[in-house]
Design a protein around this ligand. Structure first.
Ligand code: NDP
Length: 397
């Protein structure tokens, strides 16, 4: 059906390559490119599919990307490198008139700021060029946004209160590790909290608001209100929302490590001089922390991520909870990666499939909730991330 170029050979890239290789009628040709080609080669060798080509590319450099795209001529580029590369890859897609998909919004390197404004600014140029950009197609953002669209389409006349609840009930056996790129992860969880209420953003101190929530098959976990990027697009695309919040579970041990890391300055993103060389503390920290890609083998337990929604149906208030649970061991057995990479890589694969099948193909820049959620929801059940719905239950929030 189509040719795909995957950029980024980390934990998520590993899952995307595995999943795409398992769908040969959809992804007829696959190229995996990243900064370090040997990582792409190792992934391709492990999958053992001769159709996977590999290449080296510095995705910070538009001319390098344009050259690679022009030589391989993919129908779509799937960006699972880092959020810093979003704009250069979008520029290269514009120049070569190629569709684009990512899982995380652009972030400037020198400022931990999560906003869609930089990528939404490409709307007119993508429209005029007649190409599609699909933004935020991982799990959160991604599946959580599609869950919301599905609820609004099928179960409510108006949605009023949305709480996205993200629990990693797994244990990797390390004193401290992050589940995806440490630099991006620590930048995300140490920022101030923020949620949408009555048409405006309410800011909180980091981890100021928290409460225990019960997660299916996991149990009660302390959950912390943090800002998460899909809140911005969901507040815009679902104007009936009176409130939208995001909750993530953290263990005490994790929070203690995080506090120490911050207190001693290791979470800093400003360069400092060390023995005559400029280093960025958080990038140095990443180099000494466990590689998230290596956590899979001994990872036990599961993730549970979903949306708890209150709204109106046929004049009556109703509640709705839709979620997926994913076992780390199942993810590892299938792809060699842990659950957090798996729950991100599978939706990215399905998003690219939606594009190639012509179901999500429209000129312009779109967040995933703007497309029809139905075919995507159907594929989640088929591709390893089945979901469960509960109606009129206590949402605890
Ligand atoms: P990793 O750090 O494991 O992998 C990132 C990969 O990108 C590495 O292989 C890295 O290369 C490569 N890369 C970095 N910079 C460049 C560059 N300039 N040019 C080419 N390649 C580059 O991260 P993850 O796999 O954990 O995460 C990938 C993406 O997924 C991130 O953007 C993350 O924010 C997002 N994500 C989204 C989630 C969601 O639910 N929406 C959840 C989890 C992650 P090298 O190996 O040489 O360093």
């Amino acid at each position: 059906m189509g040719k795909v170029l995957i950029i980024g050979a980390g934990g998520v890239g590993t899952v995307v390559a595995h999943k795409m290789a398992s769908l040969p009628t959809v992804f007829t040709e696959i190229m995996l490119a990243s900064r370090t080609k040997s990582k792409c080669d190792a992934i391709a060798e492990k999958i053992g599919d001769k159709r996977i080509k590999t290449a080296q590319v510095d995705a910070d450099k538009v001319p390098e990307l344009v050259e690679l795209i022009n030589s391989f001529k993919p129908d779509i580029v799937v960006n699972v490198a880092l959020p810093y590369q979003d704009l250069t890859i979008m520029d290269a897609c514009l120049e070569t008139k190629t569709a684009y998909l990512d899982t995380a919004n652009y972030e400037p390197l020198d400022e931990a700021k999560y906003e869609y404004k930089w990528q939404w600014a490409y709307q007119d140029r993508f429209k005029e060029a007649g190409i599609t950009a699909i933004l935020g197609c991982g799990f959160d953002p991604g599946v959580t946004s599609i869950f919301t669209a599905y609820a609004a389409k099928h179960h409510f006349d108006e949605i009023h209160y949305l709480d996205i609840v993200d629990c990693n009930g797994g244990d990797h056996g390390k004193a401290f590790a992050t589940n995806f790129n440490p630099e991006i992860n620590i930048r995300e969880v140490t920022q101030k909290g923020k949620y949408w209420e009555n048409g405006q953003w309410v800011e909180t101190e980091p981890h100021e608001i928290h409460q225990p929530l019960t997660y299916p098959n996991i149990g009660e976990r302390e959950s912390y209100l943090i800002y998460h990027e899909e809140l911005e697009s969901l507040a815009k695309n679902f104007p009936t929302l009176k409130r939208a919040r995001f909750w993530m579970t953290f263990g005490q041990e994790y929070l203690t490590h995080l506090r120490v890391i911050q207190n001693i300055g290791m979470a800093g993103i400003e360069p400092i001089m060390y023995e005559g060389k400029e280093i960025v503390p958080i990038q140095f920290l990443k180099a000494v922390l466990p590689d998230p890609g290596d956590l899979g083998e001994n990872y036990t337990g599961e993730t549970s991520i979903g949306c708890r929604i209150t709204g109106i149906k046929d004049g009556k208030e109703k509640t709705y909870y839709v979620y997926n649970n994913c076992k780390h061991q199942d993810a590892f057995n299938e792809t060699g990666a842990q659950g957090v990479s798996y729950t991100t890589g599978v939706p990215a694969t399905i998003g690219a499939m939606m594009y190639l099948q012509g179901l999500w193909k429209q000129p312009g820049v779109f967040n995933v909730e703007e497309f029809d959620p139905d075919p995507f929801m159907e594929q989640l059940n088929k591709q390893g991330l089945p979901w469960v719905e509960e109606h009129n239950v206590d949402l605890e929030l």
